[in-house]
Design a protein around this ligand. Structure first.
Ligand code: SF4
Ligand code: SF4
Length: 364
């Protein structure tokens, strides 16, 4: 019996791993050698991290800003620089900065020069505006209402100086998000899509494309009902209840909510995930209804820069944007930034008590 069990166990299928590959194999040899044994780190200049191990080994990391969506030409160009001036080891940060590790300070200067000559800035460390993070947008996702990476590129062009210098009171994380039920979009300053009209339903397609009970269950305010339209099974929306969240659009594309005119951008302020010096905070809405105006989004850039430079001027050292606003108070924030404060900034929606779907069941 025991022998049969042993044979059975031996023949068990091994799990198929399909996630990220093990990162250790791509690490710089000095990082593997000193893994978990680092004594301290500092920043000899903006864009460069210096780590010293207990063994005495030192490693320098050069952080490079990219244009986010990289094609083969850009990737080959960057890799050639890394091979020629670095030591062949790179990694991407979660904000799509490229980090290049070298074992000698002498290599840092030529490496930075080569990146700068190719048009890539070095920075994003310490008290800078690091690369703006964005959700996937049209490149990978099927429900975006705007091109998040375009907003990032055009804004980072304007904030270039704040990326290459460390002159902010503290680190600034800016995020963008291309739908309202977003997969990201929490930051010191966040630029998020804001739908302002209920979805328009293409009744000819609903029966063929949508699983109606799932769509009905998806609505957080129970605004969707099954209906028969023109003799076909479809859906209808109670527009008085609809909060224009866009949650029905992913499972049912015929409920089109994206609109070039009515899908706007909103700016939220003061979110952070870090618990250094103060606890994590949720961001709050400060500007709404900004036009979604590609390719440079000038209206959004103007508001972001107004908030950013008011923070830079008024905040104390080490205050994150949220800490600064907590200290001066929201009325003063609106006074200093000159942004209009309206009744729509006050979250007085009571509908959640009656209709918000608050059960713990997970739905797909
Ligand atoms: S924010 Fe929304 S639309 Fe954008 S990638 Fe994430 S889920 Fe998709
Ligand atoms: S947009 Fe949101 S609130 Fe409106 S019907 Fe769709 S899921 Fe419901």
């Amino acid at each position: 019996m025991a022998q049969a069990q042993a044979v059975e166990k031996k023949q068990m299928r091994t799990p198929i791993e399909s996630g990220c590959p093990d990162g250790m194999q791509y690490m710089h040899p000095l990082m593997i050698k000193n893994f978990g044994n680092w004594k301290y780190h500092d920043r000899p200049r903006p864009g460069v991290l210096h780590h010293v191990a207990y063994s005495g080994d030192e490693i320098w990391t050069v952080r490079v800003g990219t244009q986010r969506q990289l094609g083969p030409y850009e990737i080959n160009l960057l890799c050639d620089i890394v091979d020629k001036y670095g030591e062949g080891f790179v990694r991407f940060t979660i904000r799509s900065n490229l980090e290049v590790m070298v074992s000698s300070w002498d290599k840092v200067g030529p490496l930075i020069q080569a990146f700068n000559d190719a048009g890539y800035p070095v920075g994003g460390t310490g008290n800078s505006v690091t690369m703006i993070s964005h959700t996937q947008g049209w490149l990978h996702c099927d429900i975006p209402g705007t091109d998040a990476s375009g907003v990032v590129k055009s804004l980072m062009d304007e904030l270039y100086e704040e990326f290459v210098k460390e002159e902010m009171p503290n680190r600034v994380h800016i995020t963008t998000s291309c739908c309202q039920i977003n997969c990201g979009g929490q930051g010191d300053i966040a630029i998020n899509v804001q739908h302002t009209k209920p979805p328009k339903i293409n009744h000819d397609l609903v029966a063929n494309v949508c699983e109606r009970p799932s769509v009905v269950a998806r609505c957080p305010v129970a605004a969707i009902r099954p209906a028969i339209v023109n003799g076909k099974p479809s859906l209808e929306v109670d527009e008085k209840k609809c909060i224009c969240c866009g949650a029905c659009y992913p499972p049912c594309p015929p409920m089109q909510i994206n609109d070039p005119e009515h899908s706007k951008l909103a700016i939220w302020v003061g979110g952070k995930n870090s618990n250094a010096r103060s606890k994590p905070m949720f961001q709050k809405l400060v500007a709404a209804g900004l036009p979604n105006n590609p390719p440079r989004w000038p209206e959004v850039a103007a508001v972001v820069k107004k908030i950013l430079y008011t923070y830079k001027k008024d905040a104390r050292d080490w205050e994150r944007v949220g800490d600064w606003v907590e200290r001066i108070g929201w009325p003063r924030f609106f006074e200093l930034t000159g942004l209009p404060f309206t009744k729509f900034h006050i979250d007085n929606w009571r509908g959640a008590r009656n209709s918000l779907n608050a059960s713990a069941h997970i739905r797909f």
